[in-house]
Design a protein around this ligand. Sequence first.
Ligand code: ZN
Ligand code: ZN
Ligand code: ZN
Length: 138
Amino acid sequence: MDIREAWNILKEEGFKRTKHRERILEYVAAHDRYMTALEIRDVLAADHPGISYDTIYRNLATFVELSILEETELEGERHFRMQCDASAHHHHFICRICGKTETIPHCPLDLISLDLPDHSIEGHKFEVYGKCPDCLTA
Ligand SMILES: [Zn+2]
Ligand SMILES: [Zn+2]
Ligand SMILES: [Zn+2]
């Protein structure tokens, strides 16, 4: 997902192009990792002193609903990143040191569902944590 695609979705859904939304998307798109609303607030507050945490949080939640962003919970906090592939179901490896993520195209549910015949599976979460090659050699 790039910023242009994100704006197409927002426009289709009737959302206006605001300075705040623009800055949030720019920042998230420039970083290939998960981040908190607080981090985004701190960065944006430098040039938009009036921007509130609520505004950022609300926008992030909207972006997740529209599948522009993906979210996960790390250490009890909501983290957001740009959607890497909205068209294909996937999972992530997340580096504990730098936060960078790697897309995993395979889904363990394909295997696990074999152990659950006669069940209706409604959702699942799967994430892999560790150190990325860069952090391993640093
Ligand atoms: Zn992803
Ligand atoms: Zn790393
Ligand atoms: Zn899956």
